[in-house]
Design a protein around this ligand. Structure first.
Ligand SMILES: NC(=O)c1ccc[n+]([C@@H]2O[C@H](COP(=O)([O-])OP(=O)(O)OC[C@H]3O[C@@H](n4cnc5c(N)ncnc54)[C@H](O)[C@@H]3O)[C@@H](O)[C@H]2O)c1
Length: 318
């Protein structure tokens, strides 16, 4: 019997997959404090992990742990070098997230370009005429978007951008020019140069030591004053203090953020008062459909691991 720790509940459809196997018993852990997890982590052969952090202190107590199944695709909440050294397998829900996240990019872009929050408010106060022109809107048609990171989400996003007749540039040094061209994009090799002409920057890269603070004030100052930054990847890729300053000084027009350096965001964070930003609380992947896909893939990955038939697409090469 394998014991599974479900760290934060997954969709019932995922739990049903585990229920159907006699070899597994699971426990759902809602209290994700280090203190509570320390009491339990030694019990588990496998864990399902959402966004809470598994510190090295916790991992060092996880003496039975053989596999971590991430409910999602980013894995900056675990120390991959520790997993490698200790022969712990890391699996992700690789085919679950791309649709929901790329739709969320459009939700953020359109909310900004259509000035949605202000116009909704004007209706509620009965204003259909006076001063309505002060709320400018603009089209996505013919605008240039730079997709940084052309993996699962970037590749899904480009199809939607082309549907809106946007001009798509792609920065991803690890993807062949031909692959990008075949999908209707133009590969750029020089990120700094590409920043100068874009209307939208959408980030789809992992957070690591190379991408931490990748977008800082110096880079924002090279962008057009009408440009918009969309970050659904990870907080910390865009420097938050610099973004706040750039928006206050009208260096760029706006930003749409689903992710933050600290989650939940500190209530003193000045971004919360900045009218140039629209935000969502790390919910890009939490559509009804995606929650089912992630729950099922998380559970199936654990089952496949113990049945020695891991799907290679789900495996992170540590
Ligand atoms: N907001 C959410 O709920 C949510 C959900 C899913 C994924 N994400 C995040 O979205 C990001 C992308 O996910 P994905 O599934 O597309 O990942 P992926 O691994 O399929 O693609 C990432 C791409 O980024 C490229 N890349 C890596 N470093 C780069 C760099 N410095 N510059 C340019 N390109 C670089 C890689 O070559 C790869 O093609 C991740 O950060 C992930 O954590 C967020």
């Amino acid at each position: 019997m394998y014991k599974i720790g479900i760290i934060q509940k997954i969709h019932d459809k995922g739990l049903e997959l585990l229920d159907a196997h006699r070899d597994f018993e699971y426990e759902i852990i809602d209290d994700v404090s280090e203190e509570n997890l320390l009491k339990k982590i030694h019990l588990y052969d496998a864990v399902s992990l959402r966004v809470s952090k598994l510190s090295n202190n916790l991992l060092s107590k996880a003496t039975k742990l053989k596999v971590i199944s991430r409910h999602g695709v980013g894995y900056d909440n675990v120390d991959t070098s520790y997993l490698k050294q200790n022969n712990i397998t890391l699996l992700i829900t690789a085919t679950a997230n791309a649709i929901a996240v790329s739709e969320h990019v459009f939700y953020l872009m359109l909310t900004i370009s259509k000035n949605f929050l202000n116009l909704d408010n004007e209706v509620r106060i009965g204003n259909f005429k006076s001063n309505i022109n002060k709320f400018e809107t603009f089209e996505l048609h013919n605008k240039e978007i730079l997709i940084a990171g052309f993996g699962r989400i970037g590749k899904n996003l480009i199809k939607k951008c082309l549907g809106f007749d946007m001009k798509v540039k792609v920065f991803d040094p690890f993807v062949d020019e031909q692959v990008i061209r075949n999908m209707g994009g133009e590969k750029v090799d020089n990120f700094e140069n590409a920043l100068k002409t874009l209307d939208f920057l959408s980030l789809h890269i992992p957070l690591n030591k190379n991408t931490q603070d990748l977008i800082d004030l110096k880079k924002m100052k090279t962008m057009k004053k009408t440009s918009v930054i969309i970050n659904t990847a990870r907080g910390g890729i865009v420097n938050e203090a610099d973004l706040n300053q750039a928006l206050n000084e009208k260096t760029i027009l706006a930003a749409g953020l689903d992710v933050f350096s600290n989650e939940p965001i500190n209530l003193n964070n000045p971004l919360l008062k900045n009218k140039g930003i629209i935000m969502s609380p790390h919910t890009a992947a939490l559509t009804n459909e995606c929650k089912i896909r992630m729950g099922k893939e998380t559970a199936q990955n654990i089952i496949d691991f113990f049945e020695k038939k891991v799907n290679k697409n789900m495996l992170v090469n540590l």
